[in-house]
Design a protein around this ligand. Structure first.
Ligand code: AMP
Ligand code: GLY
Length: 437
């Protein structure tokens, strides 16, 4: 079977490894914007091209006689790569453009969930001018979030208390968006602990993955600017230390209700990975956002412990016969830490050489924004490389990840606190305070 992977970050490196572990005979091809040597070493063919051009993807796919395509990042989904692949007879893991709006449009998602009575949505309102903004901010008081209604790499969301410190500042951001002709959503700010629940979807049936907690802020103690995610952890029991099993059940039910809503709305199923960004609050589990793909880094945590045949899961997604038993995960804790360029995310150094020769477990090193040149590996400005520690307990997995990430030499830094007992305890205490325990 010839499989095409679209994208070349750490998430796609994890997907490539999962394909490679399949007992089925497969040949992997990759189309990407840069040369990731980690992925390339697992591939029969590798093409550097514009992955946001569906026709370029189809052209490469035809030349390699691809049987199945897997789309890693959101931008090709937003560009309609899945539609064009299906139209050309290539089955695809990754939703079609209309359904990928679950990630690409905040207003689409909030309206869909409201229309189909999917629980977990905060109060929200949609705007494309300043009309009514003042009144709605007044109604929400100090608890508001302003979100640009499109893809902005996580930078379009501004949260009261973190990025916005008054209604005047919030209005100014709304004005910038409105003046640029951009629509936006203002919604209630939810207080709690965030977690990600990713589910494989064949359009009707879901197979859920273990829940994971990401760390969006750049610096230790959850300070500094937002990033794509500095690291993440999952626990051996497939829950998280601050969650109850009823929280996971609630999140699973919301993902399933959303898949049903999408099928009702479009008359066809969502085939791919549905990533729910949830928050456990004093009033139960709420939905912050959806993504239409594996999380990066969360995908690394779960794929690293996937025991089942990933290719068989992809086939079931295509064929519509997915079930939970097809996605079995080891009962082990995982901690993922990213090394990122010095100065990331605001002023990252670029084109600097890194040295990964001291890494002890190369199988759990995932290359991301790097470029292989003749004289070595260069960081390109976004997150550089991730490592995953896998162990019976979180504490052991954290030590493994911490020691390993420190072996990546060059102008990089990482968050030492991710997965540590101290930070996990803060999460547990926060949740206890909210619940009044
Ligand atoms: P999003 O792009 O929607 O995931 O938003 C990025 C980040 O902003 C989330 O991971 C949250 O930390 C924060 N955020 C977004 N919406 C809300 C909300 N309604 N309440 C609290 N925090 C939010
Ligand atoms: N880890 C956040 C994301 O993948 O969007």
């Amino acid at each position: 079977m010839n499989i095409l992977l679209i994208g070349s970050g750490a998430r796609e490196h994890a997907i490539a490894r999962a394909v490679n572990r399949s007992p089925q005979p497969t040949m992997l091809y990759c189309i990407a914007t840069s040369k990731n040597p980690g992925i390339q070493s697992l591939c029969t063919g590798y093409s550097i091209d514009d992955i946001n051009d569906p026709l370029a993807i189809v052209k490469y796919s035809k030349s390699c006689r691809i049987d199945l395509a897997i789309i890693g990042p959101e931008s090709p989904l937003a560009a309609g790569a899945a539609d064009t692949l299906w139209d050309n007879g290539v089955p695809c893991v990754g939703p079609k453009q209309k359904m990928a709006q679950i990630e690409t449009s905040k207003a689409f998602t909030r309206n869909l969930l409201a229309k189909y009575n999917v629980p977990g949505g905060p109060h929200y309102r949609f705007f494309n001018s300043l009309d009514g903004v003042q009144d709605y901010l007044k109604e929400l008081g100090d608890l508001y979030v302003v979100k640009y209604d499109g893809l902005m790499g996580g930078k379009g969301v501004k949260v009261a208390g973190d990025h916005l410190h008054s209604h005047a500042e919030a209005t100014q951001y709304c004005r910038e968006l409105a003046d640029a002709g951009k629509s936006f959503v203002i919604e209630e700010k939810l207080i709690g602990e965030e977690f990600s629940l990713m589910s494989f979807s064949d359009g009707k049936n879901l197979a859920h993955m273990p829940v994971v907690q990401d760390h969006k802020r750049a610096f230790e103690g959850d300070t500094g600017p937002n990033t794509g995610g500095m690291g993440s952890y999952s626990d051996a029991d497939h829950s998280l230390p601050f969650l109850k099993s009823s929280d996971i059940e609630a999140a699973r039910a919301i993902n399933l209700a959303t898949i049903n809503a999408l099928e009702d709305e479009f008359g066809q199923g969502y085939k791919g990975i549905l990533y729910g960004g949830f928050i456990a609050t004093k009033d139960g589990v709420k939905l912050i956002e959806y993504n239409a793909r594996f999380g990066d880094p969360e995908g690394l945590n779960v794929l690293a412990i996937l025991k089942s045949d990933f290719v068989a899961i992809c086939q079931a997604i295509i064929n519509g016969n997915l079930n939970q038993n097809m996605a079995e995960f080891s009962r082990r804790a995982t901690v993922c830490k990213y090394a990122v360029p010095a100065g990331y995310p605001d002023l990252p150094v670029k084109n600097q050489r890194i040295d990964i020769s001291k890494i002890k477990n190369p199988d759990q090193l995932y290359l991301a924004a790097v470029n292989q040149r003749k004289d070595g590996l260069y960081e390109t400005g976004s997150r550089t490389a991730a490592v995953v520690g896998i162990a019976p307990t979180l504490a052991e997995a954290e030590v493994m990840a911490q020691e390993e990430v420190g072996r990546i030499a060059g102008p990089v830094f990482h968050r030492k606190d991710i997965g540590t007992a101290q930070l996990v305890k803060r999460r547990i205490d926060h949740m206890k305070r909210l619940l009044g325990d």
